[in-house]
Design a protein around this ligand. Structure first.
Ligand code: FE2
Length: 237
């Protein structure tokens, strides 16, 4: 990028941001608003589109059941970054694209604006600390059609009592917290069909996804779909 092009780029992207100290960012007086908007159609093209990406707010087909809750465990950390890619470039493991929709049990309609907080272990069976290291943690907001999509690595089973007997293994899982105004917050886990540790007492078949394998442009990854159904919070109405 030439110097003139670089200057133009910085002006056009409003990089009149000036850092004050190490903790604070303020907008400089010469900053300009970012021009242009992205239409819904253009936004949809940005999605990876693993399958039938919903484009409307039509009611759910079939019967909805509230998603089975599970405890959050000891490794939830508040304040994960908002992003669709939870793992770092080069993170060891199988790249995994998780997607789905958030639904309201009462209206059978999609729930936009739901904050979804995900976290999962790395290939050592460890969680990032969620303070200085947010690997495999992230928050997303469901779209106008209740849709969400993230990329992480496929979590592996992990042992909770190394060195002790008998061994206790957790089945592989994504953790999830879903929060939507007017609806009961949900804490749960997403499991995998055929997990070698499905004897784990926490394993819930109704929360298990069936991964699919893909190869695109020589890159292999897996995907899974998990819909989330929230119940109306009568106390908030
Ligand atoms: Fe866990």
């Amino acid at each position: 990028m030439s110097n003139s092009t670089r200057r133009t780029f910085m002006v056009q992207t409003g990089l009149g941001l000036a850092a004050l100290g190490s903790m604070e960012l303020v907008l400089s007086a010469c900053a300009q608003p970012t021009m242009g908007t992205v239409s819904g159609e253009e936004a949809n093209r940005v999605l990876i589109q693993m399958g039938a990406v919903p484009k409307d707010g039509a009611p759910a087909k079939g019967v909805l059941k509230p998603t089975t809750p599970l405890s959050s465990g000891p490794f939830f950390r508040p304040g994960a970054p908002f992003r669709g890619k939870l793992s770092l470039p080069g993170e060891p493991g199988t790249t995994f694209v998780l997607s789905g929709r958030v639904w309201a049990l009462d209206t059978k309609r999609p729930l936009p604006g739901t904050v979804l907080d995900f976290w999962n272990v790395d290939m050592n069976g460890k969680y990032s600390d969620g303070v200085t290291d947010f690997r495999n943690r992230g928050r997303l907001v469901s779209s106008e059609t209740g849709y969400y999509e993230l990329e992480s690595i496929r979590p592996i089973p992990y042992r909770t009592n190394p060195g002790e007997s008998p061994e206790y293994w957790r089945c592989a899982h994504f953790h999830l917290v879903a929060v939507c105004p007017g609806y009961k917050s949900l804490v749960t886990e997403i499991h995998f069909v055929g997990d070698v540790h499905k004897s784990d007492s926490m394993y819930r078949p109704e929360n298990a996804i069936a991964p699919e394998k893909h190869t695109v442009n020589g890159a292999s990854f897996e995907s899974g779909v998990f819909d989330i159904v929230l119940e109306r919070d009568s106390a908030s109405s």
